[in-house]
Write a protein that binds this ligand. Structure first.
Ligand SMILES: [Mg+2]
Length: 382
């Protein structure tokens, strides 16, 4: 039996070893379309996990557990390999095969995974949710995190124990048992998908889902505990790669000329525009309650464009979209790493690997958006 999102169960049911049936969206008021009942037997969860001592911050409405419907939430799908560190397990899988791998996971199911590159980002999302719930107790406009894993469901016990250990608020699991999660991502109305698998990320992007590849890094800068900071490159991330193509074919002078000539022509949208829009939507909720200056979400444009010659088109485009970032940094070709080190974002998105690597070397969590002309050139140079 394959597992799909509509069969995702609440961790609480599993942790208690009961067969309590939860609606697929966790909504006590209505069931999501296509809902099926939780079948513990088919999940293969034969071992009861440890009961967790810490009380979860579960909000209750009318006696039920409150979760936003996917259509209202800002859904962030995160793969287990970027939320947690699983290199040891990957090695077991690669060297010893799937059976020994599953056995290893079961034997270590009470040993939590360490935090991975997406961990602080997810924690920051939860902090924003806490603030939103204080201001808007009934609203479903929240971040909703879905843990996506290609793993067999037997590994789910260890993942659930890890989530409890780190006091994360993740109730939605998508265990695909090795098959592609893309269809499920659509079903969850995913606003952003983060994965270690560049192939799956490319597939998601080709389906119009904002997505980025994340990498393991040993050097990580400390990030804010109270404010979510998200930084974006411009071309081929928020914007399409149309100007990037001009730069690659006509050089820097041709690019400057093109951008001057087209200053009042809006750039087309890029793969992460809608994710920026969803952050903007949540920011507006804080502004409406008088929290503009201490808004717990802050966004940054960090672009190699130079302000005077080519930045104006980027700014005019963002303004026309109603999506101005809180800060805009025009580096005129200077390296991005040092600036990002000062910003200390929870995540930075760029389409060019050398910017991703440069940022990561200086301790920034940088994610690669494999989109646009830069990918073609990267492939050709290999
Ligand atoms: Mg770019």
């Amino acid at each position: 039996m394959s597992l799909d999102p509509v069969q995702v169960t609440m961790r609480k049911s599993i942790a208690m070893g009961t067969s309590v049936v939860a609606s697929s969206n966790g909504d006590s008021k209505g069931l999501w379309e296509g809902k099926e009942e939780f079948d513990q037997e088919n999940l293969g969860l034969t071992t009861k996990p440890q009961l967790v001592a810490n009380q979860r911050r579960v909000r209750k409405v009318d006696g039920g557990i409150f979760f936003p419907k996917p259509v209202n939430a800002v859904t962030i799908a995160v793969s287990s390999r970027v939320l947690f560190r699983t290199e040891t397990e990957q090695k077991v899988y690669e060297q010893k095969g799937v059976e020994e791998y599953l056995q290893y996971q079961v034997e270590h199911e009470n040993q939590p995974f360490l935090p991975g590159p997406a961990f602080s980002f997810v924690k920051a999302l939860e902090e924003v949710n806490n603030r939103l719930r204080e201001l808007y107790p009934e609203s479903e406009e929240l971040f909703d995190i879905v843990l996506v894993t290609y793993n067999h469901a037997a590994v789910g016990v260890r993942l659930i124990n890890t989530i409890n250990h780190h006091n994360l608020f993740i109730e939605r699991f998508c265990m695909t048992g090795g098959s592609s999660p893309i269809g499920y991502l659509k079903a969850w109305h995913t606003n952003l998908y983060l994965s270690a698998d560049a192939g799956k990320v490319r597939e998601a992007l080709s389906e119009g889902i904002a997505a980025a590849t994340m990498f393991m890094s040993d050097k990580l800068t400390e990030v804010s505990q109270t404010q979510l900071r998200v930084a974006f490159d411009g071309d081929a991330v928020l914007f399409s790669d149309e100007s990037e193509r001009i730069f690659k074919t006509r050089g820097l002078d041709g690019f400057f000329q093109h951008e001057r000539d087209n200053e009042d022509v809006l750039l087309d949208h890029g793969p992460l525009k809608n994710f920026l829009a969803s952050l903007g939507k949540l920011q507006q909720k804080f502004y409406a309650k008088g929290h503009r200056l201490d808004c717990p979400i802050r966004t940054y444009l960090v672009t190699a464009r130079s302000a005077a010659s080519s930045g104006i088109r980027a700014l005019k485009t963002l303004r026309a979209w109603g999506l101005e970032t809180d800060e805009a940094l025009f580096l005129a070709g200077a390296p991005k790493g040092p600036m990002l080190e000062k910003i200390r974002p929870h995540i930075y998105f760029d389409d060019q690997m050398f910017h991703v690597e440069g940022a990561a070397e200086m301790g920034t969590v940088a994610a690669h958006v494999p989109y646009g002309i830069a990918q073609k050139q990267q492939q050709e140079s290999r």
